[in-house]
Design a protein around this ligand. Sequence first.
Ligand code: PLP
Length: 394
Amino acid sequence: ISHNRVWNFSAGPSVLPLSVLEEVQRDLLNYKGEGMSVLEMSHRSKVYGNIISDAEATLRRVLKVPDNYSILFLQGGGTGEFAAAYLNLMSCKSVREKQRKLGRQLACDYIVTGGWSKSGLKETKRLGGITNVVLDGVKSAATGEVTYNSLPPVSEWNLGKPEETAFLYYCENETVHGVETPANYVVDVVDPLVPVICDMSSNMLSRPIDISRFGAIVAGAQKNMGPAGVSIVIVRKDLLERDETDPEITRNIPSILDWCYYDGAESMPHTPPTFTIYVCGLVFKWAENLGLEALEKLRETRSGLVYDMIDAHPEFFHGLVDKKFRSAMNLVFTLPTRELEAQFISEAAERNMVQLKGHRNLGGIRISLYNAMPIEGAKAFVIFMKEFYEKNVQ
Ligand code: PLP
């Protein structure tokens, strides 16, 4: 690896494309002859205006975002969008009309496949939302214990009635539990009258998506799209429509979480995270050069190498997730003992492979293989796995 860099398997903030970092470095002190860094640049300058509008336009092209969707750059991380999704949807004109017709508060459907969707659900409850849990992991018939390692069959999903449901929320890739829902799996079963809100923080830009099937897609940038500090929201424009005479709406949403506040001002009603958005723009260009189809192939190849090794030695590398739903981004597994796991992590570090430790709530090993991880990184990891296995298998 050049520049004495390590193979960084962090779940986020995580690895960025080297060519992007090099461009940032090249332009850091004097951005394209402006005599200043982007770090020092007013967000009201023409140059910065071009940076943010280019970033938006590039993302629109890469993801083929239809014209009737807005792309917003916001703050507050992925977590901010848990609250924002609920508050904005409940203020939208069509949802308010549906609620008036029903004569009582609409419910919000939550699909809980792991820690992050659970956090989304909790936030909506905190804000006074009525929630309907469509599914909550997989329950053991024997012990009643819930595990986030698969999804129950669709026939067991407890979907709300469309006329009683404001929106449906899910997280497409559970970064902690390593559960990834296949593309279109959820939108295929939800009534088209119910807007689907999806947290794609950790798998956005890793495969093509049919945006037109979603009400909104929300994502923190710091895994596949850029540095920490910005959240990206792609929202269908009719969901931004509000009845301004309705006294319940805007006063309930702090401006900082109000999608309309941002939409009306090209994401700059106040100072945006300027440098983060600039770097995201470079990552979008990098992704555009490769194309989403190629990025999808890469993600399947990278994760396939590691899963093949796990599947070849299941008595040693114990994958935690049902094959149908295991994530191509965050791969979680355990070794036969805690001691072997600690040894695995420390021997990997000696080979410049870092950030392998499982999430603090889950233990074991987690390696994240985001877009910017070269295939060579996954190959190096698999060689290490094989050697470690051969040395330690009983
Ligand atoms: N959603 C997913 C899928 C995540 O992985 C994360 C964070 O890591 C979040 C939401 C929360 O994002 P943030 O830490 O930016 O608030």
